[in-house]
Design a protein around this ligand. Structure first.
Ligand code: FPP
Length: 252
């Protein structure tokens, strides 16, 4: 079945990527272009998160994973880090009622216990308050790094081997999936589509294991300018890709 996009193109509603992951980049440049402080870009970026959450949920995306703060982002100036740490507080204060109304469940992955107390509280409260929602999962990567995730998974697996409860010869892809921070997503752990905004074309330590067969789509649009129409373009681009997962195309 097809539905018209905002720009009058045909979106196949039976081929919506179940898991969309986004590297939300370009907030700083958006602000600089307007001679505003960088945090103005993050503030506007937070509004984009609200818009895209609604659009993704309406379109039938099942998991939306957003890279909100990486383990490397601590290197930024103190004021910017503080502002970024305050954003989830603002965001969830404003937006949890809408999330509940739209049946969206909030989840987080990353080293949450290293965040300032009020950020932890905002995040944990949002997870609790939306726990009964059964629609789209809005999964924030916060103080997340994929190498850290993989290192921790290897440590967990190593401990199981040492304890004699896991035979090293029985370690499979599934064992690794089960020990990563995305394990709670089960079959939906691997993104079908990974989007990066702002013209940069790199992965920046995001979901390295999980994107083995993801379709990667890049746009020059800066995150604060990203909107429904650009998101739909990215989904259309995904729908034109030929996903083979290492196999060959089968004729229909
Ligand atoms: C990258 O842009 C963006 C970030 C490091 C932060 C992303 C955060 C948001 C979009 C808001 C998050 C909202 C919630 C609810 C947690 P950049 O600063 O690297 O931009 P630049 O490359 O142009 O400098």
């Amino acid at each position: 079945m097809f539905k018209n996009t905002q720009d009058n193109q045909q979106l196949n509603v039976d081929n919506i990527p179940a898991h969309v992951a986004i590297i939300m980049d370009g907030n700083g440049r958006w602000a600089q272009k307007r001679h505003l402080p960088r945090i103005a870009g993050h503030k506007r970026g937070m509004e984009t998160v609200k818009t895209i959450t609604k659009v993704a949920s309406d379109i039938g995306v099942k998991v939306l994973t957003l890279y909100a703060f990486s383990t490397e982002n601590w290197k930024r100036p103190h004021d910017e880090v503080s502002y970024l740490m305050g954003l989830p507080v603002k965001f969830f204060n404003d937006f949890v009622p809408d999330l509940i109304k739209n049946n969206v469940q909030v989840r987080v992955m990353g080293l949450i216990d290293q965040l300032p107390a009020q950020t932890q509280k905002a995040v944990n409260d949002a997870v609790k308050d939306t726990a009964d929602c059964t629609g789209m999962i809005l999964n924030f990567a916060l103080n997340y790094g994929s190498r850290l995730d993989m290192t921790m998974a290897v440590q967990k697996i190593g401990r199981q081997v040492k304890a004699g409860i896991l035979d090293p010869n029985k370690i499979t892809d599934q064992t690794i999936d089960d020990n990563l921070m995305t394990s709670f997503l089960g079959q939906l752990a691997d993104p079908d589509l990974l989007i990066r905004t702002s013209g940069e074309e790199r992965i920046s330590n995001f979901l390295l294991w999980q994107i083995a067969y993801s379709e990667l789509v890049f746009t020059d649009v800066l995150w604060p300018d990203f909107d429904k129409s650009v998101f739909e373009q990215m989904i259309l681009e995904y729908q034109h890709r030929d996903r083979r997962f290492g196999g060959i195309k089968t004729s229909k």
